[in-house]
Design a protein around this ligand. Structure first.
Ligand code: GYE
Length: 340
């Protein structure tokens, strides 16, 4: 059965390639590795993965964790699509997976809305859907099997609780604190959760004033642009909360160009999220005060779900990955072994 399906996949993929002319395989947004085009034995599980894009260091690590586990050696035929930050590309990819009759559809929805129709098509095709990283808002929960990712609201809370403790430790808990927030992709689960979590702590501190929360799209370029604009509009900024390290890198460039220092002995307290290695080095240097980890290594958890489904095991409605926070006091213990 799987062998026929796979041969259909190969034939369909070849016909799709013909349709897009002499262009490379990548014209249809599907970065197909060599081995997904070779004839497969009939025991491989066909998995279609729609990834949001390549917007951040975290996303690259997240993609690697998936591609490293869904290999032929592990018993999988992987069809991977990079949606380049566009929901319509994800919907196209999911429809392509359905027409190729994959065994599982795995995807990280760029934003929470707009998925009911295509997920109903997958359900009608009898193809289980597993979400990772971000979530969907749908009218019928049965449109997907489960979700693997982070507790974003807890991440936001951790940032707020760390700031409260830091201000206490530095004798500033009674001061008026002006805060700006660089948010990621509007409408994404990580932004919604991190914002709600941080705001829930900020609401306990009357002396904290959140001046603005602006969409900087989780990218370095936009992070720099938005930070520069804020610096031009606010007389006093005491804290910058940046919802991923890539925006933090851009914000630090803008702050530096404005002659504003960050971190332990800086003018501005800087909180970041993701905790990728390059940012943790800045924590160790004291330029970032705290980095709230968001664990991108979700591939193994997703693969375990599929293995359990293949074995007819009970599946949970959600699976959380483990995470912590990093400060100049503890980061050196973890940096040497950090893989991303
Ligand atoms: O923080 C960011 C990526 O949804 C947790 O998306 C993910 C976020 C992550 O672009 O780097």
């Amino acid at each position: 059965m799987r062998h026929n399906r796979i041969m259909q996949c190969v034939l369909l993929l070849c016909s799709l390639l013909l349709l897009v002319g002499c262009g490379t395989r990548w014209d249809i947004h599907t970065e197909t590795t060599e081995d997904t085009l070779t004839p497969m034995d009939d025991n491989l599980i066909v998995v279609g993965v729609s990834q949001i894009g390549s917007e951040s260091v975290w996303r690259t690590a997240n993609t690697s964790s998936i591609q490293n586990v869904f290999t032929k050696e592990n018993g999988y035929f992987l069809i991977f699509d990079n949606a380049r930050q566009k929901q319509e590309n994800q919907i196209k990819a999911i429809r392509s997976f359905i027409s190729q009759q994959v065994d599982y559809i795995v995807f990280s929805p760029i934003t929470e809305d707009g998925w009911d129709t295509v997920l109903m098509e997958a359900k009608e095709a009898g193809i289980p859907v597993i979400l990772f990283d971000r979530q969907v808002k749908v009218s019928d929960r049965s449109l997907y099997t489960t979700w693997v990712g982070s507790n974003f609201e807890e991440e936001g809370r951790r940032a707020g609780l760390w700031l409260a403790e830091y201000l206490e430790q530095t004798g500033r808990s009674g001061e008026d604190i002006q805060i700006v927030v660089l948010q990621g992709t509007e409408g994404s689960t990580s932004v919604i959760g991190r914002t709600e979590g941080f705001d829930s702590v900020a609401a306990l501190h009357d002396n904290w004033k959140i001046l603005e929360q602006a969409d900087a799209e989780y990218t370095t370029a936009k992070g720099k642009e938005v930070m520069k604009d804020m610096l031009g509009r606010y007389e006093q900024i005491d804290v910058v909360v940046s919802q991923n390290d890539d925006m933090t890198f851009g914000a630090m460039e803008a702050l530096k160009e404005a002659g504003v220092s960050t971190g332990v002995d800086g003018d501005v307290i800087l909180l970041s999220f993701d905790a990728v290695k390059s940012a943790l080095k800045l924590v160790e240097d004291g330029q970032i005060n705290v980095d709230i980890e968001c664990n991108p290594n979700q591939g193994e958890s997703i693969e375990k779900v599929i293995r359990d489904m293949e074995a007819g095991e009970e599946i949970e409605s959600e699976y959380y990955v483990s995470e912590q926070i990093f400060t100049p006091e503890n980061v050196s213990d973890y940096l040497p072994d950090r893989t991303y």
